[in-house]
Design a protein around this ligand. Structure first.
Ligand code: ATP
Ligand code: MG
Length: 269
């Protein structure tokens, strides 16, 4: 991936989102990218099976974005073809009273993937320093402590065999307007439109500031953030699937040894 704009953020780097172009397409070509997607999907399918067969590690993919940022579309396209038996997807909504009665990581930890699985978080514990911060749902002294708490939590997962990949799907405010308008114009997309997304759009700048803190404070060697240019869906899909495939390839996964004596086995008639 040649570009002066990294996908994977360097730990310690102070992130300013205006320096990241949501329209970035690297040196990629759309026709090639679209035709190659199937090959990446096939590789991911094989690697997921190997992850399951190996059984000693898990992969957690965290997706965060503004409304209409493409979280659902990314999951649909990237994991198309992967065996559903080996994947868990969790969409985090506003917490229930029971969840609120526990610490903010309680519901998150329960949803973490077991060994052998890919877990996908559609929104995540980062909402607890995003929507919660922007809307003052808890006092600043509470949310400010959460960056460290999140880093410690992610370290526990990493030290216990879970690889973490975190993706921020970066769209521009104009692109969000177009996507929301498209949902409004098409009756078959009305179900995706929520009038409640409009006040959130008005808080855009506050969200970008909150995202910058997340991307700066919670970007570690063991749980790195990636900023995915997401105005172009084909760039977004390719950037995410390549990162996942390359990560799985680097995890040292192995098929378990066959049962002894397998070479003597004759299947009876
Ligand atoms: P879609 O793109 O389909 O609208 P979505 O992820 O936006 O998907 P919604 O049900 O519309 O799903 O939104 C979930 C809502 O839950 C978001 O507004 C999000 O900010 C909110 N939420 C998630 N986690 C928390 C949290 N910890 N505290 C408060 N609100 C939260
Ligand atoms: Mg929504």
């Amino acid at each position: 991936m040649s570009s002066n704009q990294p996908l994977r953020l360097v730990p310690g780097m102070k992130v300013r989102l205006h320096e990241f172009d949501p329209n970035q397409k690297f040196d990629w070509d759309k026709d090639t990218a679209v035709s190659e997607l199937g090959e990446w999907q096939a590789r991911l399918e094989e690697l997921q099976e190997l992850l399951y067969a190996d059984g000693s590690q898990a992969l957690l993919v965290v997706l965060q974005a503004m409304d209409a940022g493409g979280k659902d579309g990314t999951i649909e396209k990237v994991f198309d073809g992967v065996n559903p038996l080996g994947v868990t997807v969790t969409s985090f909504k506003a917490p229930t009273p029971e969840e609120l009665a526990h610490d903010f990581l309680w519901r998150i930890h329960k949803a973490a993937p077991p060994k052998g699985f890919i877990g996908i978080f559609n929104r995540s514990h980062y909402e607890d320093v995003l929507v919660v911060r922007v809307n003052n749902l808890v006092p600043p002294e509470v949310w400010k402590k959460r960056y460290d708490q999140i880093n410690q939590f992610e370290k526990i997962l990493a030290d216990n065999g879970t690889r973490l990949l975190k993706f921020f799907l970066h769209i521009s405010k104009d692109e969000q307007k177009e996507r929301l308008q498209a949902r409004l114009d098409d009756p078959t997309k009305h179900w995706k439109f929520s009038i409640g997304d409009l006040p959130v759009r008005e808080q855009w700048d506050a969200y970008m500031k909150a995202y910058e803190d997340v991307l700066t404070k919670c970007n570690t060697e063991y749980a790195p953030w990636h900023i995915i240019p997401a105005n172009r869906k084909w760039v977004r899909n390719l950037a995410v699937i390549r990162t996942i495939v390359e990560t799985l390839q680097g995890m040292g996964l192995k098929y378990p040894p066959a049962e002894p004596g397998l070479d003597q086995v004759v299947i009876p008639d």
